[in-house]
Design a protein around this ligand. Structure first.
Ligand SMILES: Nc1ncnc2c1ncn2[C@@H]1O[C@H](COP(=O)(O)OP(=O)(O)O)[C@@H](O)[C@H]1O
Ligand SMILES: CC(C)(COP(=O)(O)O)[C@@H](O)C(=O)O
Length: 284
């Protein structure tokens, strides 16, 4: 049994961490952009005497959680085709988890709604601290505004529509392990103070340009950007380019002037996703 799915990449511009004992209330609020580059997850599944899943991280945990709900045992072979780099703030761990459960449920014919599946992926992400709001946002297209934290179905995600020709330009520098930031209490306090202010101010003027501007203020205030990233952002200021850091990775994103951005390294240009997850192929 085989299934392949596609999940959009997601950049968070600013966010607030909201951890609760109950997974349905645990996650984040914040504003982000779903990209038309993302992750393809392919799974090959066969019946077995013992369940095995041959990948790591959020994808593995999410698939194991899903399979713990069924009586049969399966061998799951997982293959990822990353259209964006991992660990650089593109929600690839969320895409692994969401893509994994969507593909396996289809492959084994275990019917569940999108929110039921996404809740499992969200739970895996929150348990590993590899993401908080990505899975909830990745179900949608465009620019997402997460105003109530929690598992998909219990959270509240609004969005803004932007013209199809808007692009996002990305300069990827290095990885930052998401859980290393989220497990630092002092840092989370700083993130939450700043994030809360940016979300309110975004809602007063919900535009893509304002999103990038507020993201940049957030980046300045939370002080997690490594020196090289901050230097490039400051240089971009002198050229009048509105840019910020993708949370949480050493990636600079901008919605203008790819020519100026490319003076600092190779630039990836992507559109803004006009769809959420899709099933590419299913073979029983
Ligand atoms: N606790 C963990 N154990 C194993 N793998 C992990 C863990 N946390 C994250 N990962 C894996 O590390 C990679 C990077 O995750 P993350 O830092 O969340 O970056 P991204 O910004 O791409 O979502 C992903 O493949 C994810 O599944
Ligand atoms: C910013 C982050 C907490 C992590 O994002 P990533 O590093 O891309 O997994 C995200 O999940 C969010 O809640 O907005």
């Amino acid at each position: 049994m085989y299934c392949s799915v596609w999940i959009p990449g997601h950049i968070s511009g600013f966010f607030e961490v909201c951890i609760d004992d109950c997974i349905d209330r645990s996650g984040s609020t914040g504003v982000g952009i779903n990209l038309d580059k993302g992750l393809v997850v392919e799974v090959d599944v066969s019946r077995s005497s013992e369940t095995t899943v041959d990948c790591d991280g959020a994808g593995r945990l999410a698939i194991l959680k899903l399979l713990s709900e069924v009586d049969e045992e399966y061998d799951v072979n997982v293959c990822y085709e990353y259209e964006l780099p991992v660990g650089m703030g593109f929600g690839m761990s969320g895409a692994e988890a969401l893509g994994g459960v969507l593909a396996v449920s289809k492959a084994i014919g275990y019917p569940k709604t999108v929110n039921q599946l996404a809740r499992i992926a969200h739970e895996a992400e929150v348990e590993l601290m590899s993401g908080l709001g990505d899975v909830g946002a990745q179900l949608y297209r465009g620019v997402t505004v997460n105003t109530k934290p929690g598992a998909p179905g219990k959270n509240e995600v609004d969005s803004i529509l932007v013209s199809r020709d808007r692009k996002v330009h990305l300069l990827t520098l290095d990885k930052i392990e998401t859980c290393s930031v989220l497990s630092d209490e002092k840092l989370v306090e700083k993130i939450n103070r700043s994030g809360n202010d940016k979300i309110s101010r975004f809602l007063e003027k919900p535009t893509l340009d304002n999103m990038v501007k507020l993201s940049r203020e957030f980046t300045n205030e939370i002080e997690i950007a490594p020196e090289e990233t901050m230097e490039i952002l400051n240089d971009l200021d002198t050229y009048g380019v509105n840019a910020s850091m993708a949370m949480i990775g050493q990636t600079i994103f901008s919605i203008e002037s790819p020519d100026i951005l490319s003076r600092f390294g190779e630039v990836i240009t992507t559109g803004i996703a006009d769809r959420g997850p899709i099933i590419i192929e299913l073979k029983k």
